[in-house]
Design a protein around this ligand. Structure first.
Ligand code: PLP
Length: 384
């Protein structure tokens, strides 16, 4: 496809898109319909029923495929519905090797839903990808990678993992929600499936819940399309439209998220009340060398630990923030702050979560695209 040669900023706006055939609408219309008229049984224009296919959803699916440098996109009701479809490629007895510092909802879906269906999951630290080989046996079918991880911002070497996946003929899926294709394109690094919670950066405005998958292989796309249609966890046309609109500004938003992220990471690193800062762009980050090779920049997600590691200090700081909103989720234009120990990761026992670094005084920021000096002042007054 000639389109693959276009630069990212052009693909974000035009990738997979042509003016609508009916009236030349530049933005794809919201085809709010469940069904489509047929002239004779089976005589239709490619659309029969909106669970199977819908023109607005199809426009979004082409757009995400384009920005991820993939051939096929599939859109779902949520990020978790997209992950659900990937695991449904497997059968009872199959095994999955997954990163351990994982989005809580992904962990819950794997452990509390799919383990009941006889699928086994190994959650391991993949910062040294050579350890993966030790968990591979004849039942292993899938490697699940999240990078950067949530909330510790560990970076997993996608190319390194893909070499191992290839060697053992395993599928490799990468949750690219934190990085977005502006920062890294896992299919180019050897992944078979890219997954997004488009709820976050792709949508970008905290107004929609949606998930996507992108693949290159036609047979894999067909199997996933079968599951998408058979299980039915599709997204509606209005939500598809909102994410499509979000994607058109992804590159400008990400550029500012990265700039603001860098300034805030440096501010926190220099602050004498802050013990640790986790942002993959810092030289002090343990996987900075991997981040530098596979990412174009380092994003707006930052975690940090308050000196003394007191639970109450972290709670007081997130309560005192005025511009940063205390809320779950991430990736919107507005800045958010969260306290993993009491919010997203509260269900994980303290000893367990501390093993992966989620201590009591860890705060996670989703740095938005407001004026960076205002954001820094807000942090300064809250930490003081
Ligand atoms: C939010 C999120 C998900 C789940 O997506 P939903 O759209 O909330 O279902 C999966 N992975 C990561 C990294 C996320 O941040």
């Amino acid at each position: 496809m000639a389109e693959k040669k276009l630069k990212f900023n052009t693909k974000a706006i035009h990738g997979g898109q042509t003016p609508d055939k009916a009236y030349g609408a530049v933005m794809p219309p919201i085809y709010q319909t469940s069904t489509y008229a047929q002239t004779t049984p089976g005589g239709h224009q490619g659309y029969e029923y909106s669970r199977s296919n819908n023109p607005t959803r199809a426009a979004l699916e082409r757009a995400v495929a384009s920005i991820e440098n993939g051939n096929f996109g599939l859109a779902f009701a949520s990020g978790l519905a997209a992950i659900d479809a990937v695991v449904k490629l497997l059968q009872p007895g199959d095994e999955v090797i997954s990163t351990n510092d994982l989005y809580g909802g992904s962990y819950r879906l794997f452990k509390k839903v799919f383990e009941h269906y006889g699928i086994k999951f190994h959650f391991i630290d993949m910062q040294d990808c050579e350890t993966i080989g030790g968990y591979v046996n004849e039942n292993t079918k899938l490697i699940w990678v999240e990078t950067p991880t949530n909330p510790m911002m560990n970076i997993i070497d996608i190319k390194g993992v893909s070499k191992i996946a290839r060697e053992h003929k395993l599928l490799l899926a990468v949750d690219n929600t934190f990085a977005t294709p502006f920062l890294q394109t896992p299919l180019d690094l050897g992944a078979d499936i890219v997954m997004h919670s488009a709820t976050k950066y792709l949508g970008g405005h905290s107004d929609v819940v949606l998930g996507v998958l992108v693949v290159n292989d036609k047979r894999l796309a067909d199997r996933l399309y079968f599951i998408q249609n058979a299980s039915g966890a599709i997204c509606g046309p209005m939500d598809s439209f909102l994410v499509l609109r979000g994607i058109k500004t992804l590159h400008v938003r990400m550029q500012r998220h990265c700039e603001n992220g860098k300034a805030i990471a440096r501010f926190l690193e220099d602050h004498d009340k802050i013990e640790k800062v986790y942002w993959p762009g810092l030289e002090s980050h343990p996987n900075h060398h991997v981040a530098k090779t596979q990412m174009n920049d380092f994003g707006g997600m930052i975690s940090f630990v308050i000196e003394g590691n007191r639970y109450e200090d972290a709670v007081r700081i997130v309560e005192r923030l005025k511009i940063f909103t205390l809320a779950e989720s991430l990736g919107g234009v507005e800045s958010l702050a969260g306290h993993p120990a009491s919010m997203t990761h509260a269900s994980i026992p303290k000893a367990e979560r501390e093993k992966s670094g989620i201590v009591d005084a860890l705060i996670r920021l989703s740095v938005g695209i407001e004026d960076v000096n205002d954001l820094i002042e807000d942090l300064r007054q809250a930490i003081a």
